[in-house]
Design a protein around this ligand. Structure first.
Ligand SMILES: Nc1ncnc2c1ncn2[C@@H]1O[C@H](COP(=O)(O)OP(=O)(O)OP(=O)(O)O)[C@@H](O)[C@H]1O
Ligand SMILES: O=C(O)[C@H](O)COP(=O)(O)O
Length: 428
């Protein structure tokens, strides 16, 4: 079954690629996103969840009889996490249980020689795609199709697979150029993301409750503006810094210390937009109490009188109220933690909301590194009604209604190469 999103993109999957072209004996270039947090002093990979997720797709392609060449970026040039992928190769080896050949080159003669030599059943990992300067240029698929990056590698492959949902918001050659040159499909990680996110466009999945917190308030406002103008949400439960901004917009006194926090992060400038949303009737709930820090003591303070301490988490009454609202939902999206979860004293809000969401009868989509780590800690990752998104920025933009260039390129590729498939899989 192809993936379709918003009745707009029709994207072939690995099954479609196999059915219409045949994978056995082919050579496949796959874009994965194993960009991971790195400890600057040692280069150690601090979280291997993306590596684990993509290992499954690589293994499946090998089992279907392909020779597989994987590529990914890591960090950005000039930053401390811009490193080679040699350590990633070791972890891919651990999680696939297969030998991973690694070459410290991307498009040069050494890489091309290795690609040519690769046999069926073998996996080769190229080095950090951002070692190629073209990879940090944003341009159209048509322009990137003519890049040196794509021109050097595309002729060596039969197919291209994009498994990197987390980089689908970048219009870079490894994401949008290859689909213009090769029959292309979504990998399993990408497919799972698209299937989960397509629920956001299913009119039956209502009421929809969005629990939005964390520190990326600017991005969250964009999401709220999109959701509201498209009537795509029924209730919003605000937590984290998002909640503080909306309380101030409602005229609630959150105390001097917290106003200073908002000011220092440049968030007070967002007040007019938050007020406009409230005036338009945005169905947003804000906390009735908080866990605060007063001279290093944890206190619970209710909204009403001015708050003395620094807000660090939502309080127990808010958790109760939000859990009740979630019980009604058919679809729950949680993004951004409810509090400063780096301090274990302030993890309760995020933990309780996550737990209640997966125990409800709703389908649950969780996004963002902080909440994902809490879900893993609670052992929730395997729950059948839960989708943990690999996307950070990509998910934020998707939820704000943006077209993701990586998805657009795959859909364009389908129109170019999958004639029969498109006729048979007409959009619903
Ligand atoms: N009330 C609060 N006051 C200050 N910081 C907060 C508060 N609530 C949450 N945060 C902070 O928000 C940060 C996480 O927010 P962010 O929006 O980056 O979430 P994320 O889901 O991990 O996103 P991503 O994975 O895209 O980086 C944490 O560092 C946390 O301490
Ligand atoms: O972690 C991410 O959000 C993706 O890997 C994209 O990384 P980028 O923001 O450096 O393009």
């Amino acid at each position: 079954m192809p993936c379709s999103l918003r009745n707009k993109y029709l994207i072939p999957t690995i099954d479609d690629l196999d059915k219409y072209f045949g994978i056995k004996g082919s050579k496949i270039l796959i874009r994965i996103d194993i960009n991971s947090p790195i400890k600057p002093e040692t280069g150690e990979i601090l979280d291997d969840s993306r590596i684990r997720a993509h290992a499954e797709t690589l293994r499946e392609l090998v089992e279907r009889g392909a020779a597989v060449v994987a590529m990914s970026h890591q960090g950005r040039p000039g930053e401390s996490d811009f490193v080679s992928l040699n350590k990633h190769a070791e972890l891919l080896e651990k999680h696939t249980g297969m030998t991973i050949h690694f070459i410290d080159d991307v498009i040069g003669p050494a890489a091309r020689e290795e690609i040519k030599k690769l046999r069926t059943g073998e996996i080769l990992l190229l080095d950090n795609t951002r070692l190629v300067s073209e990879e940090i240029i944003e341009a159209t698929p048509e322009k990137h199709a003519e890049s040196i990056f794509v021109s050097r590698l595309a002729p060596l492959f039969n197919y291209y697979i994009n498994d990197a949902f987390a980089t689908a918001h970048r219009s870079q050659p490894s994401i949008v150029g290859f689909p213009m040159k090769l029959p292309s499909a979504a990998g399993r990680v990408m497919e799972r993301e698209l299937v989960a996110l397509s629920k956001l466009y299913n009119p039956e999945e209502r009421p929809r409750v969005f629990v939005l917190g964390g520190g990326k308030v600017h991005d969250t406002l964009r999401i709220l503006e999109y959701l509201h103008s498209n009537r795509a949400v029924d209730r919003i439960l605000a937590t984290g810094l998002v909640a503080e901004l909306f309380l101030v917009a409602k005229g609630v006194d959150i105390g001097e210390a917290n106003m200073k926090v908002l000011e220092s992060k440049g968030l007070l400038a967002l007040l007019p937009r938050a007020r406009r949303l409230l005036l338009k009737g945005l169905p947003i709930e804000t906390p009735v109490d908080f866990k605060t820090l007063v001279n290093d003591n944890v206190e619970v303070e209710a909204i009403g009188s001015s708050i003395k301490g620094v807000i660090k988490d939502i309080g127990p009454q808010t958790i109760k109220m939000y859990v009740e609202i979630m019980k009604e939902a058919r679809l729950i999206v949680l993004r951004g933690p409810a509090g400063v979860i780096e301090d274990p004293r302030f993890q309760d809000g995020s933990k309780e909301l996550l737990r209640a969401a997966v125990e409800s009868s709703a389908y649950v989509i969780v996004g963002g590194g902080h909440l994902n780590s809490i879900a893993a800690k609670l052992g929730l990752s395997e729950r059948p009604n839960l989708h943990i998104s690999t996307g950070g920025g990509a998910l934020l933009l998707f939820l704000a209604g943006e077209d993701l260039p990586g998805l657009v390129a795959l859909a364009k590729s389908a129109q170019k190469f999958f004639d029969k498939f498109l006729k048979q899989a007409a959009l619903p």
